[in-house]
Design a protein around this ligand. Structure first.
Ligand code: ATP
Length: 513
């Protein structure tokens, strides 16, 4: 646990030190669970956004994008169920006066048991060496099986009680498991209450005429209310999708996990409209398609797993998360939900407008079913950033800190470095920058010895360093150094563009999915 916490602390301080993420309004001591993206962070975020948009919209003939407003007619949120049911169960500790999400306390308890299982697996893997069969070990080791059983029983009971809104049982579960306040160890808990996560505000000049509106808690509803507009004006035929990237706001109670759980965050969502009855097929297909998208970044298959939901949201008939191994354990990165015709039917009912599709093949109209893929852009950022930050021991015994962001997403693709600040080398380096910057974001750096500059670029996540030296003056070649392997090659200046292009082109990353 302590190792994980240390690693997470390193991630947070590195993100600040290298201009990725700052706390919001830091000079006023910050605002809890709100963050600003800094000069490098904004580029990484933009690249992730583009990587998603290309894969989801540009590469799919039957998916188009929109950008709906954050403020929507308040009835939207009545229809969607958010006014009545977008709640988290919260519990207060009477001694520490700290507030927690009751379900998160229980999940964290289970995560601790899971950590024990992982330890057993690690130990056994060491003991058995090559012959180790993980699946078999998980299925047969009595201690592991008992612990897994325990987790399943707890989560299943929690799921059922939340479904039934049986908050007394949630409290009973916390007491039975003897869960203590993680900060103080106190077990003196209040009852569990529901808390609505939407931020409300008012539109209108005077108090009497003001209308209560909400900052959208998800981008999906902006897609549903525009379903027919897009279908008609885009002449879309089912199955088709509408995608959107935009801000969402939730008044989160547990807000101590950096950009994993924010009060203002960004979602990348796609609603796929389908014929009723085909949802199972599309749900499975989108689960696989989305997993492949993640895997295309090369961050390791073992870092991802599916978690199928026991407790389904009020709108879903199947739901799964793609979980990622964050520094604090496996947690939800993306949700894939089979939302049935719930949303469109609700909007039909509340608006009195028909939201149906005429199926020319079937010669009938129906309310389409929807399969949704929904990923937090900020969580994706954290997944990439945390996974990329590595400390390596080199052959000479020194260590280096390196941020191995997949080259396709790296904020700065190349740094151009004159070996010395004289003999015309800076001029050549500047010329290279001027040429490359048409295609890539590049930087120029002449301060300090070249070895220190390499280290600086390693830690900032720049995948290529291009060094101009005295040989360049005679043969027009430079050294290109690869961040991940530290390999150095001599190449012609005129080839730089195509070498970098080959390494960073989204096409090359996405097409092998
Ligand atoms: P959680 O269980 O972690 O609260 P959720 O199930 O409520 O998440 P969804 O409503 O399915 O999340 O939202 C889709 C995606 O939006 C999530 O997979 C996550 O990546 C992202 N997301 C949700 N809430 C937040 C938040 N507060 N901060 C950052 N990202 C978020």
């Amino acid at each position: 646990m302590a190792k994980q916490e240390d690693q997470f602390k390193k991630v947070i301080s590195h993100a600040k030190e290298y201009g990725y993420i700052f706390q919001s309004s830091e000079i006023y001591d910050g605002l809890s669970a709100v963050y600003d993206y800094a000069q490098n962070g904004v580029e990484l975020k933009r690249n992730i956004r583009e990587y998603w948009w290309k894969a989801m919209v540009q590469m799919h003939e039957n998916i188009v994008g929109i950008d709906a407003a954050i403020l929507m007619h308040p009835t939207t949120w009545k229809a969607s169920g958010h006014v009545d049911a977008f709640n988290d169960p919260l519990i207060d500790n009477k001694d520490s006066k700290k507030r927690y999400r009751a379900d998160v306390l229980i999940e964290d308890y289970c995560a601790k048991i899971e950590a024990k299982i992982e330890k057993e697996v690690e130990k056994a893997a060491k003991r058995f060496g090559e012959a180790f069969d993980k699946e078999q070990f998980l299925a047969t080791n009595p201690r592991v099986k008992a612990n897994q059983e325990k987790i399943n029983t707890i989560l299943s009971r929690m799921g059922k009680s939340l479904e039934k809104e049986d908050l007394a049982d949630i409290k009973a579960l916390i007491e039975e498991l003897e869960i203590a306040d993680p900060l103080t160890g106190s077990k003196n808990w209040t009852d569990v209450k529901q808390f609505n996560l939407m931020f409300g505000t008012q539109i209108g000049a005077s108090a009497e005429n003001a209308t209560q509106v909400y900052l959208r808690p998800e981008t999906a509803q902006g897609i549903f209310v525009n379903f027919l507009n897009v279908q008609k004006t885009g002449r879309m035929k089912i199955p088709f999708g509408i995608a959107q990237i935009g801000k969402a706001f939730r008044n989160e109670i547990v807000a101590r996990q950096f950009i994993f759980r924010m009060r203002e965050f960004e979602q990348m969502e796609m609603q796929f409209f389908i014929k009723p009855g085909t949802q199972k097929k599309w749900y499975e297909q989108w689960k696989q398609t989305r997993l492949q998208w993640h895997l295309s970044l090369g961050m390791g298959r073992d870092n991802y797993r599916f978690h199928d939901h026991e407790k389904l949201a009020h709108y879903a008939d199947a739901a799964a998360d793609i979980e990622f191994k964050f520094p604090f354990g496996f947690k939800e990165l993306e949700g894939i939900h089979s939302r049935t015709d719930f949303d469109l039917s609700q909007h039909e009912q509340f608006s009195g407008k028909k939201l149906q599709y005429f199926d020319a093949e079937e010669q009938k109209s129906y309310v389409p079913y929807v399969v949704e893929t929904s990923i937090g852009l900020d969580r994706m950022f954290l997944a990439v950033f945390a996974n990329s930050l590595q400390e390596e021991t080199l052959e000479n015994g020194n260590t280096r800190t390196v941020l191995k962001i997949p080259a396709v997403l790296a904020p700065t693709k190349a740094a151009v470095l004159p070996l010395v600040k004289k003999d015309g080398l800076p001029d050549i380096a500047r010329k290279i920058v001027d040429e490359l910057k048409w295609n890539f974001s590049v930087t120029y750096d002449e301060k300090d010895a070249v070895g220190r500059r390499y280290r600086r670029q390693d830690a900032a996540g720049t995948p290529f360093c291009i060094t101009v030296d005295h040989d360049t003056l005679t043969d027009n070649t430079v050294t290109i150094r690869y961040r991940d392997t530290m390999e150095q090659k001599r190449v012609k200046i005129e080839d730089l563009n195509s070498i970098i292009e080959q390494e960073v082109a989204m096409k090359n990353w996405l097409k092998d999915q």
